[in-house]
Design a protein around this ligand. Structure first.
Ligand SMILES: CC(C)(COP(=O)(O)OP(=O)(O)OC[C@H]1O[C@@H](n2cnc3c(N)ncnc32)[C@H](O)[C@@H]1OP(=O)(O)O)[C@@H](O)C(=O)NCCC(=O)NCCS
Length: 182
């Protein structure tokens, strides 16, 4: 699967992307913002890439690329996992843009591409994600990308020696059909 818009594309990660993904996920500008339990090491990242190919409708690991004078350069990552089969809900997660590529709002375009793929191609009805309360940049991104803020899990997660909120966002098919988030 590959989808492209405005010089940004997303495609399923392959084993050749493993080195880039490990470097990205362990970068000091990325690591503190992702869930502590998210895989960052080579073996587990490779296992995720494999699952993304063996269970493509239920699990996905994608590389975000930018058009750099005619060739595509890896700039970030994102993913999803099925949360509820009957109600066709997917959890989104693992979004990161490498600090060298920040500030161009690549994540907004990439999020729109992934939303379309999940709703139109894979038939999901609801997409949901959760962002640490202190991650204001990601919260602004989610709002720009059309996700609707649905609530807060107060002091839900322990980071170091403090408890931090999880801010919940969701997008349902009807949001795009109504044109509110298109
Ligand atoms: C969230 C994230 C994916 C957004 O990346 P992005 O598409 O580059 O987002 P933006 O282009 O909006 O850049 C982020 C902000 O930095 C500003 N900025 C501008 N130039 C910048 C630069 N060179 N470097 C960093 N930030 C810059 C932007 O203006 C923007 O500010 P705003 O939110 O007030 O508009 C990215 O910040 C990231 O990878 N963060 C770490 C991981 C993370 O938080 N993931 C989400 C977990 S839920």
């Amino acid at each position: 699967m590959t989808a492209e818009q405005d010089g940004v594309r997303i495609r399923r990660a392959t084993p050749e992307d493993c080195e880039f993904l490990v470097e990205l996920l362990t970068h000091e500008g990325v690591d503190p913002y992702l869930a502590v339990v998210r895989p960052r090491g080579r073996e587990r990242v490779l296992a995720e890439i494999e699952r993304s190919h063996t269970e493509p409708e239920e699990f996905g690991r994608f590389v975000i690329e930018v058009d750099a004078d005619g060739s595509w350069r890896a700039a970030g990552a994102m993913g999803f996992e099925i949360a509820n089969r009957r109600s066709r809900i997917a959890n989104l997660g693992g979004l990161a843009v490498h600090p060298d590529f920040r500030g161009r709002r690549l994540a907004d375009t990439a999020a729109r591409l992934l939303q379309r793929h999940l709703l139109d191609d894979l038939g999901y009805h609801r997409l949901q994600l959760e962002i640490y309360g202190f991650n204001e940049r990601a919260i602004r991104h989610a709002e720009r990308a059309g996700f609707v803020r649905e609530g807060v899990r107060r002091k839900a997660y322990r980071r170091g020696d403090t408890w931090v909120d999880g801010v919940l966002f969701g997008l349902v098919r009807e949001d795009l059909e109504d044109g509110r988030a298109s």
